[in-house]
Design a protein around this ligand. Sequence first.
Ligand code: UD1
Ligand code: CA
Length: 459
Amino acid sequence: MENRYAVILAAGKGTRMKSKLYKVLHSVCGKPMVQHVFDEASKLNLNKIVTIVGHGAEDVQAQLGDKSEYAIQEEQLGTAHAVIQAKDFLEDKEGTTVVICGDTPLITAETMEALLTHHEEMHAKATILTAGAEDPTGYGRIVRNQEGHVEKIVEHKDASEEERKITEINTGTYCFDNKALFETLSKVSNDNVQGEYYLPDVIEILKNGGEIVSAYQTSSFEETIGINDRVALSQAEAWMKKRINTAHMRNGVTIIDPENTYISADAVIGRDTILYPGTILSGNASIGEDCEIGPNSEIKDSSVGDRTVIRQSVVHSSSVGNEVKIGPFAHIRPKSAISDEVKIGNFVEIKKTSMGAGSKASHLSYIGDAEIGADVNLGCGSITVNYDGKNKFLTKVEDGAFIGCNSNLVAPVTVGKGAYVAAGSTITENVPGNGLSIARARQVNKENYVERLSMNKNS
Ligand code: UD1
Ligand code: CA
């Protein structure tokens, strides 16, 4: 097969976003735009991807990592000038180069593949991916001659009244014969309204030089939306959300209310899992089969096993096993490991804690910096007193122990295997296995207290 390369344009600041964050790093469904573009391009069997970076170069490089090559565009003089920066990597190569804008996050590998196929079939020197836009404002327009062949692309700002009526737009994705591209880029001028070197001008130059230029129109404008401001960003978010949710439903996940379910681009969900309204799966969330999540639950960077139920709760950077019940109103904070068949009930906060299989914290507890064994019962109101104002300490509760209601376990402390802690205890010393520890004041009953009280009042 012919050599294939890609250039991703990601050097612009994105002034219209009015943001501290560089445009291509804004996220759509939890993943930066440029990462979406890069991930799709990566599916294309390319010899090399060169990303053009400028504004926020270090941040973009940190985001994409070492799977891309990088060329720096010191000054943003336009999209043609941006592509020229890749010349040290590509100039002398035989093959086809796909150019993609880093701000078109919905573009798919399938569409780019179809563009490449069309380009090869037409033996073209350049092929533009175009789309029909209901409102083409802001986009470059595809100008065709009477036979319907592409003549040139005219930018919105440079377009005449007549040209602005054209609804076929330049999506910003193209295929070029690599050598022809680099030969032509040097001929592009900046004689236009914006004083920039426009990549789309390559089309007209090639055409005037007698070369074949072609256009491949996708039926999906949605896929090609370019994000220049926050209004477009929210539109992209809505379309991407729909795409992601639809794919999960097609794979066997029930989503009760797709409009109000937010699933990150990289989340994994098993079959027959049900997502109730207000569920947010963010970052690297992976959910097993036959789970019930939500309503109103957020699971971030966490893994959840099979047949687990999580209601009205938050789980962050933790692992949760099979057949676990969490919530309503529980908070699992980072670095927690919840084993199979654990129950974590309402108003329970768990932090940096492992809980062994079958253990329970059913009501109103704070369990932090703890190692809880298997089949432990943490009674209502159990608290690990893990912090002395400076340092955090470990609480261990061994297998089968029973912690009575409203107990404080003052760390560092260990409750041995099978031991009991009486309700209302404040445990400051280790409890031996199979023992019972009572650490509370004894009850004193004052007989006839009320009578004596009234006698005192009357005297
Ligand atoms: C561009 C196209 C327009 C097309 C639209 C599709 C040009 C001149 N216009 O317009 O025909 O309809 O995309 O979305 O190409 N960039 C650089 N260096 C630069 C300038 C831009 O790397 O010097 C990058 C930006 O980071 C961005 C991409 O190129 O990712 C496109 O630039 P942008 O300024 O958004 O172009 P548009 O005005 O949207
Ligand atoms: Ca753009």
